[in-house]
Unconditional design. Structure first.
Length: 311
């Protein structure tokens, strides 16, 4: 008799770009209220969950993931354990993550892993929470996890984890320029706070509550790259550029090679360039690569976490 084939479920979940990012005043608890417009893009993480007695995690794929933890500090491991705890599931799971979203690039790859893990384990274990039941667990794991579960285009408020879907039409074409700058999110926020304190006279008081500008919502609603290019904004960009001045050259390079606009995505260091179509995306990507910059093309919006295979 052969050994019984272990069941597997594979789920893919998208990375994201922050098309718009506004940061409110620093709160007493050390956090900021933010208002973000997220767009899920066609760079996907794939998580395969296999029946197992215990919990384990490994990475494969084109991206060097040797620096990533595979223990309890990894968000995907926390996602699996939290789901087991909440549902009283007694078994474990063997997770294999195929990485395609750049690491520490502000594109939510780790959050996509966690979202994909939740959906894969729910399916594998038959715990039956479904997407709606998984959302509260996703929100506990991190601000970007619910969005990776839902995908599409959405407005995030509060800490970024209170989501409401945004109407979006058409497809936007992006070129993502990757940098080795290695910016830490808390460090970028601290630089922003320092900049605001130092220039309080000129900048005036920061509002506690912030919202996504109407212009950017209108641009995605009609699917117009021109209007989106004009309305994209990121409050963290100035701080990121101060900490990694090489990103300024990168932005100028993209904009002088056919991009309608470029923006630092989230806390960086990934720079997202908006272009008109697939041909322009390919041309800008080639130009960046010739200049020694790693670059990828992607389109958005795309759906959130989806089961793509099970056996």
């Amino acid at each position: 008799m052969g050994t019984k084939q272990r069941r597997t479920v594979t789920v893919r979940a998208p990375g994201k770009i922050n098309v718009f990012f506004r940061v409110g005043a620093l709160q007493a608890d050390g956090y900021h209220e933010v208002a973000s417009l997220y767009q899920a893009v066609s760079l996907f993480e794939e998580v395969t969950a296999t029946e197992a007695a215990d919990f384990s995690l490994r990475f494969t794929g084109p991206i060097d993931s040797s620096s990533l933890p595979t223990d309890e500090t990894n968000l995907a491991m926390r996602a699996a354990r939290t789901l087991a705890e909440r549902t009283g599931h007694s078994g474990g799971v063997e997770l294999t993550v195929l990485k395609r979203v750049p690491i520490a690039g502000g594109m939510g790859g780790g959050s996509a892993d966690a979202a994909a893990t939740l959906l894969a384990c729910d399916e594998l274990w038959g715990t039956g929470l479904g997407r709606a039941g998984l959302l509260p667990i996703a929100a506990e794991l991190g601000a970007d996890v619910p969005f990776a579960l839902e995908g599409g285009t959405a407005v995030g408020t509060g800490r970024g984890d209170e989501l409401s879907p945004a109407l979006a039409k058409g497809t936007f074409h992006w070129v993502l320029a990757l940098s080795d700058a290695g910016l830490s999110t808390p460090v970028v926020y601290r630089a922003l706070d320092r900049h605001r304190d130092a220039n309080a006279g000129a900048l005036g008081p920061q509002p506690d509550l912030v919202k996504v500008d109407t212009a950017v919502l209108q641009a995605v609603r009609v699917g117009d790259a021109g209007s989106l290019a004009e309305s994209m904004h990121n409050d963290l960009q100035a701080a990121a550029l101060k900490l990694a001045p090489e990103l300024i050259e990168m932005l100028e390079f993209g904009e002088s090679h056919g991009a309608r606009a470029g923006i630092v995505s989230g806390s960086g260091p990934t720079v997202a360039f908006l272009v008109d179509d697939a041909l322009q995306a390919a041309e800008l990507r080639s130009a960046l690569c010739r200049a020694g910059v790693r670059a990828l093309t992607a389109t958005g919006p795309v759906p959130g976490a989806r089961v793509i295979d099970q056996a």
